[in-house]
Design a protein around this ligand. Structure first.
Ligand code: HMG
Ligand code: MG
Length: 299
């Protein structure tokens, strides 16, 4: 069966914009987040408190949060890699954070400048302090379906890193197919293996990139396996600057189109969302890669 309702975890302002070449002005980012909220998205990953030299596009996190008018009741999580990042998040009134680990050594090194063990040691005090401060903590694991340098990633490796992060006390685990190589059979097998390890679908989210056009098929497989939280990026923006083969995330519009057709509630107004992505495409100077945005745009 399928769930009655799916929670869309919007990552456009973070995963979408972290990879842009041109600097997007703070006012445009702020309007983007506000328009996404107005389109009905309840959880919007807004920015990252990472090293500004590593991700220059999100170096304006403080300015963005100062400018953004946050709607009470909505969630505005941010990425936090370490204690310095947590300090910055707390100083800006953040109540939801996401740490982000890697299933592979190569990506841990490239993305976090750490081995897998070192990166987990970096996260532990972050989660401990965040929980003591009453924050909600999500754990991402990247490269769950394959790695551009290491190739196939054994399921046990993903389960091991995921378990170590969840054991720290995180509330939600997001499975990242960072480079978009996964297929539905892999997704089903991974969710089953996580369930066997005690991480049930009530704590899972899926995070697909659409590099090989599999993101929607993978999402449907995850929903059939019991997952009810799906990450997506308005207009299909995005990618990871430390994994060159990664393209954008599953476009939120493509997800909403499929869920509308299936009669699954999302609370999202597709017309407003498409208008937002068209507006953002204008700011970025290129058309949205989302098939649904293209199909619903006047010729
Ligand atoms: P490092 O160079 O090892 O940092 O980077 P360090 O701990 O050695 O510190 C060096 C200096 O940086 C220190 O300053 C720190 O204070 C400062 P100094 O004492 O030398 O003057 N520093 C910071 N400044 C501001 N904010 C901070 C911060 N941390 C240290 N948070 C680090 C290690 C983790 C910081 C770096 O590797 C980093 O920022 N990485 C982030 C990479 C990133 O954001 N990647 C994209 C997101 S992941 C993704 O897209 C995948 C995902 O979408 C899921 C999927 O698709 O799979 C989530
Ligand atoms: Mg991603």
């Amino acid at each position: 069966g399928l769930p009655e309702r799916v929670t869309i975890y919007e990552v456009g302002p973070r995963d979408g914009l972290q990879n842009e070449k041109a600097v997007v002005p703070v006012a445009v980012k702020s309007e983007f987040v506000t328009r996404l909220a107005d389109a009905g998205l309840r959880t919007i990953e807004t920015t990252s408190f990472v090293h500004p030299k590593w991700v220059p596009q999100l170096a304006d996190a403080e300015e963005l949060l100062a400018e953004l008018v946050r709607t009470p009741g909505l969630r505005y999580p941010v990425l936090v890699p370490n204690e310095r990042g947590l300090e910055r998040a707390l100083a800006n009134g953040i109540t939801e954070i996401a740490i982000f680990g890697s299933a592979t050594e190569t990506f841990a090194r490239r993305n976090l400048n750490r081995t897998v063990d070192e990166s987990l040691a970096m996260f532990a005090p972050v989660v401990e302090r965040a929980r003591a401060e009453g924050l909600w903590v999500r754990a991402y694991v990247s490269m769950v379906c394959g790695d551009p340098w290491e190739g196939d990633v054994p399921i046990e490796q993903v389960v091991s890193v995921a378990s170590r992060m969840m054991d720290m006390g995180c509330s939600q685990l997001s499975l990242g197919d960072t480079i978009g190589v996964g297929t539905p059979g892999q997704v089903t097998a991974l969710i089953e293996a996580l369930g066997d390890a005690g991480i049930g679908t009530d704590r899972l989210a899926v995070h697909f990139h659409d590099t090989y056009g599999q993101a929607l098929a993978n999402t449907l497989a995850a929903l059939r396996a019991g997952v009810t939280v799906v990450d997506a990026s308005a207009g299909g923006l995005g990618g990871c600057p430390f994994a060159e083969s990664a393209t954008g995330n599953l476009p939120t519009e493509d997800l909403v189109w499929m869920l509308n057709g299936l009669g699954v509630e999302t609370g999202v107004d597709l017309g407003k969302l498409v208008a937002t992505s068209r507006w953002m495409a204008g700011r970025l100077g290129r058309p949205s890669p989302s098939r649904v945005v293209q199909a619903l745009s006047p010729g």
